[in-house]
Write a protein that binds this ligand. Structure first.
Ligand SMILES: Cc1cc2nc3c(=O)[nH]c(=O)nc-3n(C[C@H](O)[C@H](O)[C@H](O)COP(=O)(O)OP(=O)(O)OC[C@H]3O[C@@H](n4cnc5c(N)ncnc54)[C@H](O)[C@@H]3O)c2cc1C
Length: 551
């Protein structure tokens, strides 16, 4: 019998024309991300981000991601004696991912940092670490988002903020004040309505020093979190409530987990259906102001859908560039084949534009936290168009990346199928596509200053290219016709407006090869799939140079 040799030659054939393992640094290898962080006040040599970037692109993180998604959460409704426990068990890899995210402050650090670029820094970290695994980004994002909503009431914020901002991940249902760190979630969606939360039927009864909630929530992710912001109907109308899983005296609040959702992707994360039955709650904000209160949370999670989608695209592109840089077909390396170069460069444009946009939005949070009403107005209008567009582009890009790997890209081991399954969720939750496109119209109608702020952000690119100027004229014409009266055109407007914004950011900050090619491929000739528009040999080389990773 011939000897079998593992890791090199096997008995029947030699393994060749396969890429080496991909190990990269999600920070130092990401030129656009570092440039964007610098442009928006961060440090391109930030030691913490360099370390997190190395971790994100490591074998260890890849393995955690695989394990957390293959060994999905398990619901335990009762203990052996028949008592309700309503707990969810996770694979240890999930906790490892959460530990790194929390230790790096991705869940809350900017709210307590004395750093004018704290949200930009955190956004860079979120883009990097979500490349390791996306599912755990959900509770990390909800915790980040809960703090500005809690600040509606300084007394409530003081009760929760220190625990939520702690850098220690302390899993398990215990008295919040005894825990080293806390995680937050939110529960708005009910069976009869998710986009239109005004249809919520969960009721809240005023008990004097607290309220009691009764009803259901059809989607409630990360149900093992310590505290939730919940919408319910109080006597004064739809109201926001704080619902802890464990009460201050150590007893468990009523929080019945009916079942976990069997989801397309996002499988490491538990998403549940829950019931409240006389559940203890504290009011956050005035009765009847529930949407106003929780909108603070939603606008932060919407930012994270843009960053999270950027991360998925960046990881998919990285895998595609790596594979094609190390595989040959028809006598040449794939990445040197002219058509493959067009495809990869077009995808790299998508990722770079999303990166600049996401970082620009995070910068708007930094600036508005420092008191800039103009940046707050810009954020109000730029967020829904960005959420609408970047999240919608992600499934298409992850699919193209998968195809760049050929047959093996369709196989789980590469991680591409997981990215592909994950890709749609950011578009669906936190306001689905149409809802965000319509929210853009609302911003235009109700906040005229936000439109001014948006147009000011286009000024640096005005006159740079005929296609840009034509696009801007089309948008201005549409705006002149009171678009709020034409909801059917909302997607068209969102797409046009965000492409102009991305182009303007690239004109201002990116090399001209990137900006020119983006304008050519998205404003001049916009085609459905990647690699259709001829980007020119030189620009393609410059774009791909920026997308290379690893040694
Ligand atoms: C994996 C996952 C986890 C989730 N976790 C949570 C969670 O933790 N907490 C929570 O509260 N929710 C959660 N959700 C729920 C999610 O936020 C909602 O599903 C989403 O907001 C859409 O609500 P819906 O499902 O009721 O759809 P609907 O509101 O019925 O909307 C269906 C479609 O109609 C469109 N639509 C709605 N109104 C209009 C209109 N006026 N014009 C045109 N189109 C319109 C929407 O864009 C959407 O495409 C989660 C969802 C998923 C998939």
């Amino acid at each position: 019998m011939r000897p079998r040799v593992y890791g090199g030659t096997v008995s029947t054939h030699e393994v060749m024309n396969q890429p080496p393992p991909l190990i990269y640094n999600a920070f130092t290898d990401d030129t656009a991300l570092r440039e964007a962080l610098t442009a928006f006040g961060g440090d391109p040599q930030d030691a913490g981000l360099v370390e997190l970037g190395a971790m994100a692109g490591s074998e260890q993180a890849r393995e955690w991601g695989r394990l957390a998604n293959e060994h999905t959460p398990v619901l335990r409704t009762h203990d052996r004696y028949g008592h309700r426990v309503d707990e969810v068990e996770f694979h240890p890899a999930w906790h490892d991912l959460m530990t790194v995210a929390v230790a790096n402050g991705l869940h809350a650090a900017p709210w307590t940092a004395d750093d004018k670029a704290a949200h930009a820094r955190r956004a860079a970290g979120f883009i990097m670490w979500s490349q390791a695994e996306a599912g755990h980004g959900c509770p990390i994002s909800m915790t980040y988002a809960a703090i500005p909503a809690l600040r509606v009431d300084p007394t409530r914020a003081a009760q929760w903020e220190a625990g939520l901002a702690s850098r220690e991940y302390d899993f398990g249902l215990r008295t919040p004040s005894d825990k080293r760190g806390l995680i937050a979630g939110m529960a708005m969606t009910e069976k009869q309505g998710g986009s239109d939360v005004r249809t919520n039927t969960t009721t809240a009864v005023d008990m004097g020093d607290h309220y009691e909630l009764t009803g259901h929530k059809w989607f409630c992710s990360a149900p093992m979190s310590d505290v939730f912001l919940v919408l319910a109907q109080a006597p004064g109308g739809l109201t926001c409530f704080i619902v802890p899983r464990v009460l201050p005296d150590g007893t468990r609040n009523v929080f019945e987990i009916q079942r976990l959702k069997d989801k397309l992707g996002n499988r490491s994360n538990a998403s549940s259906e829950i019931e409240f039955d006389g559940t203890w709650a504290q009011r956050l904000g005035d009765e009847g102001r529930g949407v106003r209160t929780i909108v603070e949370m939603v606008s932060a999670t919407r930012l994270d859908t843009v960053l999270g989608s950027t991360a998925l695209m960046r990881r998919a592109l990285t895998e595609a560039v790596w594979h094609t840089s190390h595989r040959q077909a028809f006598g040449a390396t794939l990445i040197d084949q002219p058509l493959m170069r067009q495809v990869l460069a077009d995808m790299a444009l998508e990722v770079e534009a999303a990166t600049w946009l996401g970082m620009r939005l995070a910068h708007a949070v930094d600036a508005s936290e420092s008191g800039s009403s103009e940046q707050a107005a810009f954020r109000r209008i730029a967020l829904p168009m960005s959420k609408y567009y970047v999240c919608k582009r992600t499934p298409g890009l992850t699919f193209e990346a998968m195809e760049c790997l050929g047959g093996v890209g369709y196989v789980e081991e590469t991680g591409l199928p997981r990215l592909y399954r994950e890709a749609p969720v950011n578009s669906i939750w936190e306001g689905s596509g149409n809802v965000n496109a319509l929210d853009l119209l609302r911003a235009i109608g109700r906040n005229p200053e936000s439109l001014d702020a948006y147009l000011q952000n286009l000024a640096p690119a005005s006159g740079c290219d005929e296609a840009f100027d034509t696009g801007l004229r089309d948008v201005l014409n549409a705006l002149a016709q009171n678009p709020t009266e034409a909801p059917a055109r909302a997607r068209w407007l969102a797409e046009k407006m965000v492409l102009l914004l991305q182009a303007s950011l690239l004109v201002q900050y990116a090399p001209s090869a990137v900006a020119d090619a983006f304008i050519a491929a998205r404003l001049r000739q916009s085609e459905g799939t990647y690699g259709v528009v001829d980007l020119g040999t030189q620009d393609v080389a410059a774009i791909l140079d920026r997308a290379q990773v690893g040694a």
